[in-house]
Write a protein that binds this ligand. Structure first.
Ligand code: HEM
Length: 487
């Protein structure tokens, strides 16, 4: 862990103020931010560069996409940058857990859960990923026979929720998955649609929002109770086992019921929706790029034939991994995340005041033309080992970076690779005509504009080498109708 320092330069001259939009009196740039945040942030990078200063109401905010400045915030001087007020919304539902805490509390909890997420440990969950995916694909078989479209986002949410719950908590959540999908929608609503007069009333008054929060907690309290009871009976579930044994480093006491509830809720909420969104974008990108589909077929036929993946075979699916990486670049599920500066600092030569906010924006960083040639093109060959080596590491941050990097990144990447391969072995996806592949209005994660209904075509099995190799084929212009600058 690095220590807090307050400047990158020994110069005595006052650091410059970063360029940025003037904004309107009092509200600053809140108007364009609210109209279309994704478009606004991409426009800021295009118009002002990699360090942009803006006002959002009373807050001074810097969007930081200069890779060296990103490194300073997330790695070198990370102790100077805490979660801050923009993260407080998460605490309304998640309480105090890994996502929302800082300092010794965060460190103790991160150490406690980390072992199950290490690269060598996550391979234990492969049988769960495979079994849950097979169950889904069998259901798809029946739908395909009736030519019935599937709602891709709903399917992916259920699959990742079931996989996470069985893998980490040995708890079968499938029967409750429809209820939980509605609850996750409520979570998004109560965390982010604020600002009505009723929210200024005392917190003990039963407002509609408060009733919703109470309902969310009641549903999750039941899940937590079931997970704990199931673990007490069977001893199963690697993560719940660690949580039950965990101690508060300051007191030596076991985690309280409340701490365990908050952390379990954090893992459920942070772990399944992000992976589901990414699966959705990856499958849509494949369906819209026939040469990517062909090359994927060739790899999957060669490595797996008709067999289901195990951990070793999954590791051999290198092109599949490149496709997933490119999808996470074009469509990073966590498209922005904030920090608050504890003390003053200098980033990219510009001054940062204590108490001001920093916005890390994977969406803008991943479309930065200084590091990504033709960033709106979907091209998995951006992720050959050599291309990765030649690019600044902090130009790509779908999972964040530094000590607060996503604890579940190994698990998510393994799931994505295996599920994409298994779907591809059995089906091709046709977009239902008329559906658009557009960024929706992002709230927590960057979802497609609306429900994505896809029709499924059962695959004709190939016996290897049948498809034309397109190694190095030029990147096709993305079918995504979004183009920075178009709108
Ligand atoms: C494609 C899937 C995923 C994406 C894109 C993603 C993205 C991220 C990002 C960007 C952060 C850093 C936020 C920040 O620094 O402020 C983060 C943190 C976190 N993620 Fe993920 N995540 C994914 C999957 C998962 C999974 C599968 C789990 C758990 C099962 C998980 C649990 C967490 C937790 C607990 C944190 C907070 C870590 C800490 O601060 O110590 N995520 N995630």
């Amino acid at each position: 862990m690095t220590t807090t320092s307050t400047t990158t330069s020994t110069s005595t001259t006052a650091p410059r103020t970063a360029p940025g939009p003037k904004g309107a009196p009092l509200v600053g740039s809140l108007g364009p931010w609210r109209r279309n945040t994704a478009e606004f942030l991409l426009g800021l990078q295009r118009d002002y560069g990699e360090m942009v200063r803006m006002r959002l109401g009373p807050m001074t905010v810097h969007q930081v996409t200069d890779p060296e400045a990103v490194r300073r915030v997330l790695v070198e001087n990370n102790a100077n940058y805490v979660r801050g007020p923009l993260y407080e919304q998460f605490g309304v539902v998640m309480g105090k857990g890994l996502l929302t805490s800082d300092g010794d509390f965060w460190r103790g909890h991160r150490r406690a859960v980390q072992p199950v997420f290490l690269k060598n440990a996550v391979t234990d969950i492969v049988p769960n990923i495979v079994a849950a995916t097979e169950e889904m694909l069998d259901e798809w078989e029946a739908k395909a026979a009736r030519d019935e479209p599937v709602d891709l986002m709903t399917e992916m949410l259920r699959l990742t929720l079931v996989t996470l719950s069985r893998s980490l908590f040995a708890y079968d959540i499938k029967p409750a998955s429809a209820v939980l999908k509605r609850i996750v929608d409520d979570v998004v609503e109560v965390m982010f649609r604020r600002g009505t007069p009723s929210e200024m009333l005392p917190s003990w008054l039963p407002t509609a929002r408060k009733r919703k929060i109470d309902h969310i907690h009641r549903v999750f309290d039941k899940v937590v109770a079931d997970v704990r009871e199931n673990h007490a009976r069977t001893g199963e579930g690697p993560l719940i086992a660690l949580m039950e044994q965990a101690e508060d480093p300051a007191t030596g006491e076991p985690w309280t019921d409340r701490q365990l509830r908050d952390e379990l809720l954090t893992i459920y909420l942070a772990g399944h929706e992000t992976t589901a969104v990414s699966l959705c974008w990856t499958l849509l990108s494949i369906a819209n790029h026939p040469h990517v589909q062909d090359e994927l077929d060739e790899e999957i036929n060669g490595v797996l034939g008709g067999a289901t993946p195990d951990a070793d075979r999954a590791a051999e699916l290198t092109y599949t991994r490149m496709v997933v990486d490119e999808s996470l670049r074009m469509y990073p599920p966590i498209w922005i995340f904030p920090r608050a500066a504890v003390g003053p600092d200098t980033l990219g030569g510009y001054g940062i005041e204590a108490g001001s906010s920093i916005l890390l924006s994977p969406l803008a960083s991943h479309h930065n033309p200084r590091h990504w040639d033709n960033p709106v093109a979907f091209d998995p060959y951006r992720f050959t080992p050599q291309a990765v080596r030649e690019r600044p590491r902090m130009a790509y941050l779908p999972f964040g970076a530094g000590p607060r990097q996503c604890v579940g990144n190994n698990m998510a990447l393994l799931e994505l690779r295996i599920i994409v391969a298994m779907i591809n072995q059995r089906f091709r996806l046709n977009l239902v005509p008329g559906d658009l592949l557009q960024y929706g209005s992002p709230v927590i994660s960057l979802r497609p504009l609306r429900d994505v209904m896809v029709r499924l075509r059962p695959r004709e099995r190939r016996t290897g080498g049948a498809s034309a190799s397109r190694v190095g084929a030029p990147a096709a212009e993305s079918a995504c109708p979004y183009r920075p600058g178009d709108r």
